[in-house]
Design a protein around this ligand. Structure first.
Ligand SMILES: Nc1ncnc2c1ncn2[C@@H]1O[C@H](COP(=O)(O)OP(=O)(O)OP(=O)(O)O)[C@@H](O)[C@H]1O
Ligand SMILES: [Mg+2]
Length: 147
């Protein structure tokens, strides 16, 4: 049980909290850990629409922007696991987050998906964000949604 856990991270505080729970489970069960971060190409990247103070405004092209973004998500999420003495691998994906997370979960044959109840969105009127809601609907395995 819980031999392989997929941690979904968008770099949000919610995802970080979820990662803490994944770390605790992994310590108990000796689970293998995979972090997945998905970049959705339909999102408009702040540096390319001239938003002042956009954190990655130094990126010179779309490819390096996406790479920096996903590296920073992996660093942030990985720190939580490293602090707990755990090792992990990372998967960077492009596409719709729900679709990519479900595809990776099946391809990697994970037996638990861990994620936050909300993410980076400012719109907090619903309990679940669309990514956690979509993954919960389509996953082939148990899903832990942390709130
Ligand atoms: N692009 C992503 N890559 C990997 N995991 C993600 C991604 N987006 C969200 N998640 C995971 O899903 C959780 C819930 O985020 P979600 O995007 O559903 O909520 P939201 O951003 O508040 O709302 P919405 O995106 O629907 O406007 C996050 O805490 C994270 O674990
Ligand atoms: Mg979101």
């Amino acid at each position: 049980m819980f031999t392989k856990i997929l941690i979904c991270s968008d770099g949000s505080d919610h995802a970080r909290m979820a990662t803490n729970h994944a770390a605790e489970i992994a310590k108990q069960f000796g689970s293998e850990l995979i972090i997945v971060s998905v970049y959705n190409p339909t999102d408009v990247p702040p540096p390319f629409i001239g938003v002042p103070g956009a954190s990655l405004a130094t990126a010179t092209d779309m490819g390096s922007y996406v790479r920096e973004l996903q590296q920073s998500v992996e660093r942030d999420t990985g720190q939580v696991l490293e602090a707990a003495g755990l090792t992990y691998t990372c998967r960077r994906e492009l596409g719709h987050p729900v679709d990519r997370i479900i595809t990776v979960a099946e391809a990697e044959n994970v037996d638990l998906i861990v994620m936050g109840c909300r993410g980076l969105s400012q719109w907090k009127s619903y309990l679940l964000g669309s990514v956690s809601d979509g993954v919960l609907h389509h996953a082939h395995c148990p899903v832990l949604i942390v709130r």
